[in-house]
Write a new protein. Structure first.
Length: 94
């Protein structure tokens, strides 16, 4: 397996973990309907600004990274895919 394949697998695992965490903690209506990993979490009403902070805390505790205030941007935390890419980049830098 190439390092690119390993990286993609790791990103996919990270994406799935984040998706499941958000679905379990923020979608309380019992509806199993999935949300898109490309959809804005705030604009689609899945989370509010406090929810983003909860996601940041989850990311910090789960992956052992510290998120600075400067990194709290939509490019990093607006979608599941953005969060997974951010975590993957940060883990690669460790």
């Amino acid at each position: 397996m190439t390092s690119e394949q390993t990286s993609k697998m790791d990103t996919a695992t990270i994406r799935q973990t984040i998706h499941e965490q958000i679905q379990f903690n923020f979608l309380f209506d019992g509806d199993e309907e999935d949300f898109s990993d490309d959809a804005s979490l705030v604009e689609s009403g899945v989370v509010d600004q406090t929810g983003i902070l909860e996601i940041v805390l989850f990311v910090e505790e789960t992956y052992g990274i510290e998120v600075s205030d400067a990194e709290l941007t939509p490019d990093n935390f607006d979608t599941v895919n953005n969060i997974a890419a951010y975590v993957t980049r940060r883990l690669a830098d460790m």
